[in-house]
Design a protein around this ligand. Structure first.
Ligand SMILES: N[C@@H](CCC[C@H](N)C(=O)O)C(=O)O
Length: 264
């Protein structure tokens, strides 16, 4: 079987996208997903998504991490699949689609390359020592750091992700430095098992953790810099719940191609 794929990136978090309506893969082979995402033996990506039809929504997002296993919500992936759905002509300026953590609304810019994606409401922030732990669709650990540019994110992130508390379920580990007018964030991602250039659910968790840490309430807008670009987060926070949460940033088509002889 030949599969047509599209490669997208959102602030450097990169994904393989497949239109399941035209490439109806019946049994998704985790090893094949991992091979397609491999940066030496495959196309190379942090994750792979299928866009599927859904009777009640514009489409459904089915997400796999680079290790081939089904992931929890991917924010940058969500923005990329919205840009993909616009490219395919499924949607125009707005959409409502279904992901693993429930329905999502998104707004698409004129160019189709900037997406504001609504994320789930968050009602709970836990702590682990000085770090914050919360779920924004995926589980995240957030730790404040100084001189983040020079931090060994791979080794520090990996040691937290595989410690006794988190090794079974795993966690995404975010380090944040407050730069005054913006936050600088670097993330070790579960399922990629490496630092990525951006993590959408991660920067959402970071903005919430920092608002909580600084006792900020009201409508909060946060500018974030990650290795792959700039992202903006907006939400309302009353000191207990984060609502009207939006993850806003770029989502761009990089190239498209075909994979031949896929044993499916
Ligand atoms: N890159 C993602 C997060 C993807 C999910 C994650 N790696 C997991 O399953 O834990 C994002 O942009 O949110």
């Amino acid at each position: 079987m030949k599969i047509n794929f599209y490669k997208y990136q959102g602030a450097g978090n990169d994904f393989i996208l497949i239109d399941h309506r035209v490439s109806p893969v019946k049994n998704i082979d985790y090893e094949l997903v991992a091979q397609l995402c491999h940066r030496r033996f495959g196309i190379g990506a942090d994750g792979l998504m299928f866009l599927q039809s859904h009777k009640d929504y514009d489409f459904e997002m089915l997400y796999f991490n680079a290790d081939g296993k089904p992931g929890t919500m991917c924010g940058n992936g969500g923005r990329c699949i919205v840009a993909f759905a616009k490219h395919l002509g499924i949607i125009d300026k707005e959409t409502d689609f279904l992901a693993v953590d429930g329905p999502h609304h998104a707004r698409i810019s004129e160019s189709g390359e900037w997406i504001d994606l609504q994320m789930i409401d968050v009602n709970t922030i836990n702590t682990d020592g000085n770090a914050f732990v919360l779920n924004t669709g995926s589980p995240h650990y957030v730790a404040l750091k100084e001189d983040l540019q020079n931090l060994d994110v791979f080794n520090e992130g990996k040691s937290i992700r595989y410690n006794e508390t988190y090794k079974t379920e795993g966690i995404n580990v975010n380090f944040v430095e407050d730069k005054g007018d913006h936050l600088f964030v670097r993330t070790y991602e579960r399922g990629v098992e490496d630092e990525t250039y951006a993590c959408g659910t991660g920067v959402t968790a970071v903005a919430m953790a920092i608002a909580n840490y600084k006792n900020q309430t009201g409508h909060i807008k946060t500018d974030i810099k990650v290795l792959g670009g700039d992202i903006k987060i907006e939400f309302d926070y009353d000191g207990k719940s984060f609502t009207n949460v939006f993850l806003c940033g770029p989502a761009k088509l990089v190239f498209e191609g075909d994979v031949s002889n896929v044993p499916l």
